[in-house]
Design a protein around this ligand. Structure first.
Ligand code: OGA
Ligand code: NI
Length: 355
């Protein structure tokens, strides 16, 4: 049995990456989750559909209808899909294609970005946090900050040759979309449209490209183990291979891809600001035996110097603050130091309310 702590720390990066052409051919012990923590596909619900929201009317006379749908989705599901969102389909395809090319290049071309430091801005890595993970996730990823663009673009990969150009266009379009969503969510919280934009300070935007190779035994592994997202809001391009599952009424529900839609979810900071009214829910990604899957989430939220707390106008005698205020950096430090077993760190910021 391989030890799971600091697995293979004496291996070089090429040997650690899943995308080296051979690591995914059999399931090594470090990827096997313990019985009771495995996906249990027989219990997954395929009959519930998360709300599909058409953003076409958001900037017209029916804005209030869109805001109502977003409010309901954030309160009841924490997840929804959006269509007619304004991001060109050709650009979505170019981003997906270049992401695929990135992971299909010889592994040596990714290796120069390899890092095991969760605070390293632009990096390629594997699993979640290899120095802390009790079990390894079946994935490699590339991640890099995107905003402010001028500050970070020089840290992005230059291979494939068009990577920077495509990722720049994509991240700018996603930012425009996110700013509209933040306005909608602010309105859904009965705040000014600018509310979340303002409290997110200088903002942070990080693009992830997750690469999940086909897996010989999906029953034992996770692409991403159950977790909630730490930032403010996540906008995910799921591609056309399913794998995302979301916890709804204590059941895992499969989120089937809709062509050219984005999956949007509330992340922890919006749960805190809304004082628990909008839900940052658990989700996970499973692997499959036949096809490598690429998903491209953008994690968008406050800058590290921002102070986050439940909105003053939402808190009153009947709705006391459920969370203490904190500098966002404190939250991220807790996140950077956790392994895959810790599903959420929200509870650490909860205020105990005596009955
Ligand atoms: C994530 C995530 C889901 C997916 O990267 O945080 O939840 O479908 N990914 O890849
Ligand atoms: Ni996630």
């Amino acid at each position: 049995m391989t030890s799971t702590a600091h697995v293979g720390s004496n291996l070089n990066a090429v040997d650690k990456l899943m995308s080296n052409g051979h690591n995914h051919l059999h399931v090594q012990d470090k990827y096997v989750f313990p019985p009771g923590e495995r996906p249990d596909m027989s219990q997954v619900c395929h009959s519930y559909t998360f709300p599909v929201i058409d953003l076409k009317d958001f900037d017209g006379p029916h804005r209030i209808n869109v805001v109502d749908q977003i409010r309901r989705a954030c309160e009841e599901d924490g997840f929804f899909q959006i269509i007619k969102h304004g991001v060109p389909e050709t650009l979505m395809k170019s981003m997906m294609d270049i992401a695929k090319e990135f992971f299909e290049m010889p592994v040596e071309d990714r290796f120069c970005f390899y890092s095991e430091n969760p605070q390293q801005d632009a990096r390629v890595s594997t699993s979640f946090n290899v120095n802390k993970d009790e079990f390894f996730e079946w994935k490699d990823y590339l991640r890099h900050p995107c905003h402010p663009l001028e500050e970070f673009i020089n840290t992005w990969p230059q291979k494939p040759a068009l990577y920077r150009e495509v990722a720049e266009k994509y991240s700018k379009e996603i930012r425009v979309l996110v700013l509209r969503l933040l306005a909608a969510i602010s309105e859904a919280l009965e705040q000014d449209s600018d509310y979340l934009n303002a409290i997110f300070g200088k903002h942070s935007q990080t693009l992830h490209v997750n690469y999940y190779p086909a897996c010989p035994n999906p029953d034992l592994t996770f692409g991403v183990a159950p977790h909630s997202d730490t930032r403010g809001i996540t906008v995910l391009m799921q591609g056309d291979v399913s794998g995302l599952q979301v916890l709804k009424d204590e059941k895992w529900v499969a989120v089937e891809p809709i062509p050219n839609a984005f999956v949007v979810n509330v992340a922890d900071q919006i749960q805190v600001v809304s004082n628990g009214r909008f839900k940052s829910v658990m989700h996970r990604a499973i692997t499959n035996t036949s096809t490598a899957r690429i998903s491209i989430p953008t994690f968008y939220g406050p800058s590290l110097d921002t102070f986050i707390a439940p909105a003053a106008s939402i808190v009153d005698k009947e709705h006391p603050a459920l969370y203490r205020g904190y500098k966002f950096e404190e939250y991220m430090r807790a996140s950077w130091s956790k392994g895959v077993k810790v599903r959420s760190i929200l509870d650490r910021f909860k205020i105990e309310i005596s009955p």
